[in-house]
Each structure stands twice: as C-alpha cells, then as structure tokens.
Design a protein around this ligand. Structure first.
Ligand code: TPP
Ligand code: MG
Length: 578
C-alpha cells in the first residue's frame, strides 16, 4: 500500500527534530496539517500572518533549540513569509520553508495560487526543491535540512504538490538521516601559525565577534585572556561575548561604537574578526577601517576580502578554528598587564557613558538608560531579549548588557521592521523556561503587533515593551538636520491599551522614570502567569545613540565636496526659512 506525501513529510520532520511549524492552512496543505495534528513531537502553530510566522521560525532557529519551520500555502503564503525568509537569508539563519503546490497531474491552467514560487524565492534561499514523486519526499527534506544547516546556514524551500498529498503512492525505501555535517576547521596549519605570530607580535591586538561566533564564546574568551585583548561585537553578534567579562568593550567599532569599544580599538594593530562580515551596520556604515593585520575567521569564504583585505583568512567553523589557534599561540608575557590596563579603561569608559545617559534629563518621560538598566536587573542572565529595527535597537545594543550566547536576537542585515513581536513568540516557544522579552518601536509594533493574539492563544508569558515616541525615530532623527522637517515619519495615534485588550494581552504603562520599577514589577508578575503583557513605555529619544551620531558623520564626510556643500547649504537654508 502506498503512502501520501503528507504522511511522509510528517515522518521526515519528526526525524530531523522539528518541534514547531508556523503557518496557515489552505487548500494546498490541509493534508499536511492533518498529519501534523497527530504528531507526538511536532506542534503546528497557527499564526496571524505568514510574515509573523516566518519571524517566529527565524527566532526558533536563533534560539538554538530546533530548526525553524514554516508550513504555508503556495504563492500568497510565500509572498507574506518572504520578509522573514529574507531576514533569515541575510543573517545566516537556518529555516525550512514548506509550501503546498498546485496540482501537477490535471493539466489545468489558471489554478489557485499559481505562480513560480521557486523564482520568487531564489534570491532569498540557499536552494529550492519541487518534489515530483512520493519516494522523493523524505530524501528531499533530509537534503534540504543538510543544506540549511551546513556552511553558513540559511533558509531552504520545498514545494510539495497537493496531488502527492491527496493521492497515495510508492514511498520507496526510506534513507537514514545523518544529522548535521560535522563543523570543522578548513584552514591550513601554516595560516594558523601566521595568525598566531601576528597576534603574538601585536602591541594592541583586538577581537571582533559576530553571530558566527555565537557558539564559540568559550574559545573567544580563552583567546581574549591569552592576548590581553578587548572584544567588540557586531549588532547581530551582540551575545557572542558576555558583557560581564572585563575585556568586553561593547557594540561596534570606530566612531559609531560605544566609547569603551572606540577607545579600546583606537590603536589596534592586529584585529581578529570571528564570524563577522564587516557589513554596513556592523561597521557603522563602513566608518571603521581595520588594520592591515586583519585575521578573518569565517565559515563562508565569500566574506573574505569582500570589504576589507584580510592578511590571513581562516576558513571554517569558528569554534574549531579558534581552538586550533589557541593551541599554536605562544605565551605572551605582556598579555596579563595589557589585559589589566585594557579592562580598567573599558570599565571607566562604560561607567562614564552610562553616567552621561543618566544625567540626560528625560523631561518627564522615560530615560532609556534608566529603563534598560532596571530591566537588566530583573532579567536572569539566560533571558532572551528580542528587538526590532529602529532607534530602540541601538539603545539596547549600547545600554543593555547581554550575558549569554543567543541572549540577544535582532533582525540585522535585511533589517526588517515588524520582526520583534512574532520573534518574541518564537523565542518563547523554543525556550519556554527562559524569560523572553521584546523591545519594539511604536512604528514596527503596528506592523505585526496583532500576533500578540497568537501569544495569548498559546498562553505565552512574554513581555513586549513598546518604545512609544510617536515617530519612526531612526529615520525621523536622520531627517531632522538635513531637511529640517519630518516627512512621513510622524505616526498618528494608536491606542496601545486597546490593542492589548483586543489581543488578550495584559497592559502596563510606564510614563516616567518614577514609574519604571512599578511597571516592570507588574509586567513580570503577570507574565509569570502565562499571559502576554504589552508595556507602553513613554520613552525619551532626545539623546542620540553613538551609533546614529557616528553614521551621520561618516555618511556626510563620504560625499564629495560639491554634494556636501549642497546638503549643508540646504540644511542651513531650511533652518533660516523654516
Ligand atoms: C519593513 C521596513 N520598512 C521601513 C524600514 C525603514 N526604517 C528603519 S528604522 C525605521 C523607524 C522605526 O520606527 P519605530 O518602529 O517607531 O522605532 P524607533 O526608531 O522609533 O525606535 C524605519 C522606518 C525598515 N527597516 N523596514
Ligand atoms: Mg518610534
């Protein structure tokens, strides 16, 4: 007797360890949903919008618990999910996207949802497959999972035509699943020796870590100590090195970095970059120029020499490469004293930066540094903080210390607003015992805030803090000086208490600094009962982040003189004319 593709798919998903699928049923996948309903290990989650579903799946993968998976309808589900798939693609996050497909056995044209899904997804997935026979279902899923999780991870797409789901067929023989490919170092011993020599000879070595180092924290910590070197992080890799460590300098490099990182890397003459790509955000719009002695470690060789030339490129899994580097690194006698000096300066710079933020008058609103410090005090070290894209992202990156790998989840290079609320849900599903909180701008909240209804339905005690400033601040702040006006960045009113009520979430309001402790107390105690909480934070955005200041300067300086003159002239003229 034959089997349906839906039953075969369920077997494959169970074998590869999928725990949750996200999506919405439609005529091309109800057979799959019916199978999943009977699965003892997989829970199919109904989302409000497939876009939210894709962000949830992304966050499941980023949490490190299991492979984020979508089960969606063809075409319309795929286009809705595309933002989350693209976010995973540019950020190197594994994701399995499964959609039903039109009937391939009837010869009919103008079927429902009939567009070329593979063409749609080609630029934002590592690979796509169309399953054409029952016997191919399981091997295709195994291969798709292997591709998604090997090398630099990323999303993959499998289309299963509905006729294969409805009509049973020959399943063939089921192959064994071998699990993920072993992660290894692919660099040569000679290159490792050269890297070790350069690091040992450096006067002021530094380490810069991205998301690619998130599973190499132990090795990075060993190296930092052996070198007496500061560690800075990218935005996505914020959690790759614990903020508690005395050599943790903080977010970014160069003038867009927090002062502790800018200063610690001022004289850096040998930079060890691990799992970082020197992308636009990670470098503050390319405002940082690495030293000639750049040692670049990455699993994806395409990142080497892409933006900055590497003196030594070490290909491979970051933990594997670094543990070999540690083995060949000679003892560096001056490292202890150097590390002590570096750590002392970092501590002073961090304290001064925080002081400057505390001193900034919040004018009857919530000082972001005070809020984030109070939040940190309530969060256990293993909490997960999920952010969106906006000014609040960089405030969190600069002012909220993160102590454990994967403890900070941010949509980075695709940089898609609307990520936070659904990703908070995905993270909580993946790590139910952990405290999971989201920080989202009021603009981004509008995009996917209705997924709070999904959190309520699932009884997830997540807390979503809406940084409510009435503006699309990250862009509005950038408009202020050059245009002296804010076109399409001032938001109309939105009743957040009403949204909370409508979605079944509890509501709290933090109106000023005096309300921070009470508001947090209320939110945390309600969330502990398994109910989501929406917290309206009347945040004060009148002080800019180092990141925003840095990128504005860098971008202005990069223009040629006539362009710069025209832009400055326009700004001055608008100041005068209003
Ligand atoms: C889907 C999408 N649309 C537009 C943008 C451009 N953008 C980046 S940050 C930002 C402002 C976000 O505003 P808000 O969510 O209120 O956060 P805030 O900056 O105020 O903290 C905008 C519009 C984007 N990144 N993604
Ligand atoms: Mg805003």
């Amino acid at each position: 007797m034959g089997r349906t593709a839906a039953s075969l798919l369920r077997e494959a998903l169970e074998t590869v360890g999928v725990r949750y699928t996200f999506g919405i049923p439609g005529v091309h996948n109800t057979e799959i949903y019916d199978e999943l309903e009977s699965s003892p290990t997989i829970t199919p989650v109904l989302v409000t919008d497939e876009g939210g579903g894709a962000f949830m799946a992304d966050a499941v993968s980023r949490s490190g618990a299991s492979l984020g998976t979508l089960v969606i309808v063809p075409a319309a589900g795929v286009t809705h999910a595309a933002s989350g798939i693209a976010e995973a693609f540019l950020d190197g996050i594994p994701m399995l996207v499964i959609a039903g497909g039109i009937r391939r056995d009837t010869g009919r044209r103008y079927q429902l949802h009939d567009v070329d899904q593979h063409a749609l997804l080609k630029p934002i997935t590592k690979a796509t497959w169309l399953v054409e026979r029952h016997a191919d279902v399981i091997p295709t899923i195994y291969e798709a999972v292997r591709v998604a999780t090997s090398g630099e991870p990323g999303p993959v797409f499998v289309e299963i035509p509905v006729n294969l789901q409805l009509i049973a067929g020959d399943a063939g023989s089921v192959p064994a699943f071998h699990g993920p490919v072993a992660r290894e170092a692919r660099c040569t011993a000679a290159d490792l020796e050269t890297a070790a020599r350069l690091l040992a000879a450096a006067k002021s070595p530094g380490i810069y870590v991205g998301w690619g180092a998130v599973d190499a924290t132990r090795e990075v910590t060993t190296l930092a100590k052996r070198l007496g070197a500061p560690v800075s992080t990218t935005l996505q890799g914020l959690s790759s090195f614990p903020a508690k460590h005395p050599l943790h300098a903080g977010f970014c490099l160069g003038r867009a970095a927090v002062p502790a990182a800018e200063n610690a890397f001022q004289d850096c003459d040998c930079l060890l970059a691990v799992g970082a790509r020197f992308g636009e955000i990670a470098t503050g719009s390319y405002g940082y120029e690495p030293p000639a002695n750049l040692i670049h470690v990455d699993i994806n060789p395409a990142v080497f020499n892409a933006n900055y030339p590497a003196r030594v490129a070490l290909e491979g899994d970051s933990a594997a490469v670094l543990s070999r580097l540690v083995e060949v690194l000679p003892d560096i006698p001056q490292a202890v004293a150097r590390g002590g000096e570096v750590a002392g300066r970092i501590a002073r710079d961090k304290a001064a930066y925080l002081e400057a933020w505390f001193a900034h008058s919040p004018k009857g609103r919530v000082n972001p540094a005070r809020f984030l410090s109070a939040l940190r005090q309530r969060l256990p070290d293993d909490a997960l903080v999920v952010v969106d894209d906006g000014n609040h992202t960089f405030l969190a990156a600069e002012l909220l210390p993160i102590h454990q790998p994967r403890g900070f989840i941010s949509p980075t290079d695709f940089n898609c607003m609307g990520y936070c609320v659904p990703a908070t849900i995905g993270a909580k599903l993946a790590r139910p015992a952990a405290q999971v909180v989201g920080i989202v701008g009021d603009g981004a909240f509008r995009m996917t805030g209705l997924e709070l209804a999904t959190a309520s339905a699932l009884r997830l005690g997540v807390i979503v803090f809406v940084f409510n400033d009435g503006e699309l601040a990250q862009i509005a702040q950038a408009q202020q000086v050059p245009y002296n006006r804010k076109t399409c960045t001032v938001l109309g009113p939105l009743d957040l208490a009403g949204v909370a009520q409508a979605t079944g979430a509890a509501f709290a309001h933090i109106a000023d600094d005096a309300g921070i402790d009470g508001g947090l107390q209320e939110a945390f105690s309600v969330a502990a009962t398994g109910r989501p909480v929406l917290v309206d934070v009347a945040v004060d955005y009148s002080k800019r982040t180092r990141f925003t200041e840095g990128i504005v300067k860098t971008n202005l300086e990069r223009f040629d003189l006539p362009t710069r003159t025209r832009l400055i002239g326009r700004a001055l003229w608008r100041r005068v004319t209003g």
